[in-house]
Write a protein that binds this ligand. Structure first.
Ligand code: SIN
Length: 576
């Protein structure tokens, strides 16, 4: 399949630990839209038109090359109110809340929809080019859960690659250090403050990178599952580091499955963008019948598809895009990918099945991106700002990264330090700790253990590279089978048993390379996801329980992991 981001910016020589300053002002972990949106503002490039005078010494640490983030894979565009007579930020807010199924933080959503259009224009000022109509107005598309067309794309379905290109260029010009091929092992915490990370440098030496502020922007966790649209880098690294450091993490049971991933051996699964359905593509079952509203929110479509796949005993269903005119000019990258494997969307129905796509939860932040640990910030998919609730609205994730990456940069420049009780942080600072789960116990009677804390859980000496591959495969299959689109107590317990045995086999030695570090992180994140999914005895958004098929009002609460314990927020989220 065609890889996005073909225009690869040149990499300078990899910096060594010797070339690092003793202490950076800010260390950004991850190089997707959230991390680089923060970086370019903190380092104050003149083209941002900022009134802030001095650039801070910002280092970006990334485990691959700077351009190789999940952002560049994003086909879906940026949802923002940029035109369209019928649209308004109130409508965008209402659609986001509806998709989030009662668990969004309304203030956080308000911030995102109000500031989003401005951030898009800033990105354009930095050089990003979005698709426009002949007269110059934005070409706006409709996607699932949106009541009107409000999604702006670049290159048809290559939006992430264009956003990433603009930000990578700006970062290369402004960052004090770009640490490519480094791997963060764990957060450094001293005196109740985050002061950087312990990392493996590009040569595999253990190095402490010290910084006054550390930004987690490490992206998602799709590699927890055997079938995913996420690139190989999405191994829940920031989430796991936060869990081990005892920093509150919430909503991790809400892994969103994208309904229309191409059913094809390639991994990550090639995505057939939701914009195709926005333009009229239809979902058909094994008999060629339609059975679901193609523009319903993603959780609804994925669940209907999972039920159909099971009742018809098939491996996949079909996306019928044969009625779309101008497929090639609107979606050139998707067309090229399909042609490469012998499919012609004008005549062929396209085989599709749901695939793990986006984690709605993560490290809990306030409205400025501050986590509960002073000196530690988070933005993008690794964060739980509260904007996604139980199910992210299509194309809200690039937007979230742009808005909250910028907000945390502004907060750091203002001198903010430590969280305020706003956004999802309310679940932590307003009686999150000690809240009992509304069922009074672990409802389904399933034994679960909280994620591990302390030293990087890991593999270390004695485990061979082939063991790593097998171990990851075992974990991913167990998670896909046990904690996939539809779960129940039995399937979650079965997955937990496999993860426990994987964890035992792997041990707790400090990882000596990136591959072993990633395994450790996947185990830590899998344990947290299974714990939360077992505890939440209801169906809500992306969390569907066959044994608890209804949403329960008493569960309008966040499940929070903190210091190795699991708590439930004692206040309901945004009570109606
Ligand atoms: C898509 O284009 O379907 C993916 C967009 C998204 O995940 O928001």
């Amino acid at each position: 399949m065609t890889q996005p981001g073909a225009r690869r910016p040149a990499s300078p020589a990899l910096p060594t630990s010797q070339s690092l300053p003793d202490e950076l002002d800010v260390l950004v972990l991850g190089s997707g839209v959230a991390g680089l949106s923060a970086t370019v503002r903190l380092a104050s490039p003149p083209e941002m038109g900022t009134s802030l005078s001095d650039g801070l010494r910002v280092g970006v640490l990334t485990k691959a090359e700077l351009w190789r983030s999940a952002t560049r894979w994003a086909q879906g565009g940026v949802a923002a109110v940029l035109g369209g007579d019928e649209d308004s930020t109130d409508l965008h807010l209402a659609d986001t809340l509806a998709a989030g199924a009662g668990l969004c933080d309304t203030d956080a959503v308000r911030v995102m929809v109000d500031e989003g259009p401005f951030r898009v224009h800033e990105l354009i000022a930095m050089g990003a080019e979005f698709d426009r109509q002949p007269g110059g107005a934005f070409e706006l598309a409709r996607e699932g859960g949106h009541s009107t067309a409000r999604v702006v794309h670049a290159g048809g379905a290559a939006t992430g690659a264009e956003v990433e290109r603009a930000l990578v260029d700006a970062t290369r010009r402004t960052a004090a250090a770009v640490l490519e091929e480094w791997f963060a092992l764990d957060l450094l915490v001293e005196g109740g403050r985050c002061c950087g990370v312990r990392a493996l440098d590009a040569e595999g030496r253990v190095v402490d990178v010290r910084a006054r502020h550390t930004v987690l922007a490490t992206g998602g966790a799709g590699q927890l599952f055997a079938v995913t649209t996420n690139p190989a880098e999405a191994t829940a690294d920031g989430l796991a580091m936060a869990l081990r450091a005892g920093v509150p993490v919430a909503d991790v049971e809400f892994m969103q499955f994208h309904p229309t991933a191409l059913h094809h051996p390639a991994m990550p699964r090639p995505l057939l963008s939701e914009a195709l359905r926005g333009h009229g593509a239809l979902i058909r079952d094994a008999n060629g019948e339609r059975f679901v509203d193609e523009l319903a929110p993603r959780d609804v479509v994925s669940r209907a598809m999972a039920a159909k796949i099971s009742s018809q005993g098939v491996e996949h269903l079909w996306l019928d895009a044969t009625g779309l005119d101008s497929f090639g000019s609107r979606f050139p990258t998707i067309k090229a990918s399909l042609e490469a494997i012998g499919l012609d969307p004008h005549v062929d129905w396209l085989p599709i099945a749901p695939a793990a796509h986006h984690l709605s939860g993560g490290v809990v932040t306030d409205l400025s991106g501050a986590t509960a640990l002073p000196g530690l910030w988070a933005a993008g998919e690794v964060a739980c700002t509260g904007v996604h609730g139980a199910n992210r609205l299509a194309s809200n994730s690039l937007l979230e990264g742009m808005v909250f990456g910028a907000r945390l940069a502004e907060a750091i420049r203002r001198g903010d330090d430590g969280p305020s009780p706003t956004g999802a942080m309310r679940a932590v600072l307003h009686g999150g700790s000690g809240g009992r789960d509304p069922d009074g116990d672990f409802g389904a009677g399933v034994s679960v253990q909280a994620g591990r804390t302390g030293q990087a859980g890991g593999t270390g000496g004695g485990v061979t590279a082939i063991d790593v591959e097998k171990t990851v495969g075992r974990l991913q299959r167990a998670m896909f089978e046990g904690a996939g689109v539809v779960r129940d107590a039995g399937s979650l317990q079965a997955a937990a048993t496999v993860i426990e045995s994987v964890a035992t086999a792997v041990g707790t030695a400090t990882p000596s390379d990136r591959a072993h570090g990633e395994v450790a992180n996947l185990i830590t994140a899998a344990e947290a996801l299974l714990t939360s999914a077992t505890l939440r005895t209801e169906t809500r958004g992306a969390h569907a329980r066959a044994d608890f098929p209804q949403a329960a009002d008493r569960w309008r609460r966040r499940i929070v992991h903190v210091d190795g314990r699991v708590t439930v927020s004692s206040e309901a989220v945004d009570p109606p």
